[in-house]
Design a protein. Sequence first.
Length: 216
Amino acid sequence: MSRSAAQFVCEAAAAAISERGRFMLALSGGRTPRRVYEILSGAAMPWQDVHLFWGDERCVPATDPSSNYRMAEEVLLSKIPVPPENVHAMPVEGGSPDAAAQSYEDMLRGFFPGAVTFDLILLGVGPDGHTASLFPGSSALSERKRWVVAVDGKEGNPPVPRLTLTLPAINASRRAAFLAAGLDKKEIHDKISTGADLPAARVAPRERLLWFLSET
């Protein structure tokens, strides 16, 4: 699964750079993408033309083991020649989560004139069907204008405030890919396939949606 997903990222990067001169990739946190990032760290990617963003982040220091940025830094960023100015981490340290969400949205609106358009966003899915930090029942699911919001994260692990992209931002992406490992994730995929109204089921990018599944 990880090899296939990494190959897809490389292919998407090549296509975007050929067509538009740069590749806009939004990263996922969690355990499942780690191996994908390890494979990408050894890929022959034109990293100088790649911009990296995050789909969500816990409001913890960058040194915290639960930080999505820290995981990406350990297995990917520290091993590739990506220019520092091409790494757009969520500013979760210092200030309130609401202010941090507004700051990240302001950055995105300056970077993407008109509409945020990632070439590819990588997403995880939880056993409850959440994706990014959009949890079942969250008011963030009904957001229609904002691109980034803060959520209390009490349903998450650990239960700390988080920043998350909203569905308008996620669904403006050209492509989205779920990375889902384990039988519980396959069960969520099956529920979504049969019409369950879960947060992950509301992901509908502009061009293509893929699921990379593994039972282990």
